[in-house]
Design a protein around this ligand. Structure first.
Ligand code: ADP
Ligand code: MG
Length: 252
């Protein structure tokens, strides 16, 4: 089981520090939340971890893997998957098709080899299908498996995004505002779901989230950011009691 180790991470956009010297560790099996007002740098941290952006300084390691030295396409091979703040699914494809795409984390390198080993490829394809069907079952999504994404309500699409990320069999799942736009019943379901994902699949969860009741209920630890910098890091109770957090974030 890998620990995520982030040290002195910074990135600037046009001279503005979007992330400013942030350090934290996420322990295996933990639910780790990142909170902060809009523009605090939360999504940027995810974009740095998934190598969409390159930091100006800092170190990021996942277990023995140096994430900043690695090819960005290999991040998923190290067991890291993410969802996006704005849902990014193939709208005209079905749920099953989107999940199969999530499963195919390696692009096929060599067509000739593929043809030579076509029997093996077919067996692999079956295996992918079985794995994806397993996730559909696990997450109670059988009833929407053949629906087009564009025909699904918003809450269901958010769930498909999480399911798709799970299809790459990650050990660390980064969730950017999983509860945004959900009603309270959907948020409750999400909390149960995420707890199952952590408890039954043993997946470490790191989530950006605005819903403080969800954070308090689920998170083992919380990182509070403001203007890219760390305000507080601790248990939900510790972070909420922190005067800096109260004035900057909670407005108290
Ligand atoms: P949030 O905490 O709301 O997720 P973000 O991480 O999206 O905040 O943004 C943090 C800051 O970085 C904001 O000021 C945002 O405008 C800026 N920023 C993020 N990505 C870029 C980019 N690609 N180019 C320029 N500025 C960016
Ligand atoms: Mg964001």
């Amino acid at each position: 089981m890998n620990q995520l180790h982030v040290e002195n991470l910074s990135v600037e956009f046009g001279g503005v520090k979007a992330v400013d010297d942030v350090s934290f560790m996420v322990e295996p099996g933990e639910i780790f939340a990142v909170i902060g007002p809009n523009g605090a740098g939360k999504s940027t941290i995810f974009n740095l971890l998934s190598r969409i952006y390159r930091p100006s300084t800092g170190k990021v390691a996942y277990g023995a893997h140096d994430l900043l030295a690695a090819d960005p396409h290999r991040i998923v091979d190290f067991g890291i998957a993410r969802t996006f703040q704005n849902i990014e699914l193939f709208e005209n494809a079905t749920v099953l098709q989107n999940l199969l795409i999530g499963r195919h984390r390696h692009t096929r390198p060599n067509l000739v080899r593929e043809m030579l080993f076509s029997r093996k490829m077919r067996a692999e394809e079956r295996e992918h299908r079985l794995a994806v069907e397993g996730i559909i079952d696990l997450l109670d999504m059988s009833h929407i498996r053949d629906e087009r994404i564009s025909d699904l309500p918003y809450g269901a699409r958010k769930n498909v995004e999480i399911a798709r990320a799970l299809c790459s069999e990650p050990s660390l799942l980064l969730l950017d505002e999983p509860a945004s736009g959900l009603n309270s019943e959907e948020t409750d379901d999400l909390a149960f779901w995420l707890e199952d994902i952590r408890d039954d699949l043993g997946i470490t969860l790191m989530m950006v989230e605005h819903d403080m009741s969800l954070v308090n209920r689920m998170a083992d630890r919380v990182l509070a950011l403001n203007n890219g910098a760390t305000l507080a890091l601790g248990t939900p109770a510790e972070v909420q009691a922190d005067p800096k957090v109260q004035s900057a974030y909670l407005g108290g």
